[in-house]
Design a protein. Sequence first.
Length: 486
Amino acid sequence: MSNKLVIYNTLTRKKELFEPLNPPFVGMYVCGPTVYSDVHLGNCRTFVSFDLIYRYLLHLKYKVRYVRNITDAGHLEGDRDEGDDKFSKKARLEQVEPMEIVQRYTIGFHDVMNLFNTLPPSIEPTATGHIAEQIEMIKEIIENGFAYEKNGTVYFDVEKYSKDHNYTILTNRNLEELLANTRDLGGQDEKHGRLDFALWIKAKSEHIMRWPSPWGWGFPGWHIECSAMSSKYLGETFDIHGGGMDLAATHHTNEIAQSQACNHSQPAKYWMHTNMLTVNGARMSKSAGNGFLPHELFTGSHPLLSRGFSPMTVRFFMLQAHYRSTLDFSNEALEASDKGFKRLMAAYGLLGKLKTSERSEVDVAAIRERCYDAMNDDFNSPIAIAELFEAVRIINSIYDGKTAATAQDVAALKSLMDDFVFDILGLKEEHAQTEDISHIMDFIIQLRHEAKLSKDYVTSDKIRNGLQALGIQLKDGKEGTTWTKA
RNA sequence: GGUCGGAUGGCCGAGUGGCUAGGCAGAGGUCUGCAAAACCUCCUACAGCGGUUCGAAUCCGCUUCCGACCUCCA
């Protein structure tokens, strides 16, 4: 089952059998955040999606080198290849050093990624740490004739490149129309062509983040960092390059052009793009002002939410949609995921309490098979989750004594849940302190049980209601009482 | 304006030609001191109009609506 993985490749616009260039090694590069402000939930979705992909590749026993960059320099405000980079602007607003901005939001990003239980990448390189590599790459591109310098700024020559290469290979757009439709940049434009983009940008006198280069003091353009760092750590051609769908048309298109112009090869065999998180049908984005910040979600302070939702609820919510579909974010949808996630985890908690028999009425292997089929089909986590709920139904039914299962069945159920719920979907129990109070809960449940035996329902209900108020729910079953945290 | 992608039951969301996921919500039932939980049953939808086919949510055409990209954004 592990060798039938199929991945949708943006490059070819179809699903392809995944065949790594050098198995069992897999190189995966994902465009990381630009750390000039807090990550919002839309950003998080992309990284959760690639975490799922990373985890599944690891589960299939691939030796994955997962590289995800931190963009901490060179990201301009507008499209004119002039003016401030985002860090300088933010730093000036807050009257701090640009690198303080970088530090603050890098830490914040890592904190949020931890809350979402994403595995850290193997390498997390920064743009500022790879200025030399970027300069070398730019020199090579100039040497190969695909870039030109103008007043200390270096531009990539798209028209020249497109004579021998398919510039729009990733998005299949018509280059002629693109040239015709691109906005007129005005009179004093330094670029030869409208689609040309900056590889290196001359620093103005007030610009703090600057480095020396063959073209004077300046800083790198946005796209070159990913090309330089991915080839440094993964080679000139590697297996998977990923990022949000919004990056395909510009950032990734330019990355491909840069790599081709420098190395004469496609940087990645498979291009994967995750879809957007929407709010009321519109894309969540920083500039649109409809971005949810993770803490607004966890605390419920956002006006669209009735209460807070935990990181695992949100992760589960994201995984209930396929990574290539848009996902609409709403209070109602989160409530549904919250209930479903708790139900899933509650069933897992029952696994140690199941009575086994000699008979078997369940086929766990078939469920496992279907979970693999789903994941092998371009990481279809929603279907895998649907199958896991079949396992949940079976577990509950065994617990109720309505379905017979052998000890092997129960072990298989546990192994299924361990593999898929925890290792692959990356979910986790949210109340780690549960174990610490379990013996106390056993004691309280025993007290209540005694009260019930003597038909002292006033006391038993008082215990139940009191615990409910503390966020602990008791569940009376045939085999005794269990409890869960709300 | 150009390019691309969507429109699935009350909500979220899978599904690419017949067997009509799943979660949540709703209805009934079983269990229970009661409740909750759990289990069982039900609610059986594919924007509209044509066409292809023995058969279409799924393929084709047209219409309407929505979104993304084309400009910084995961």
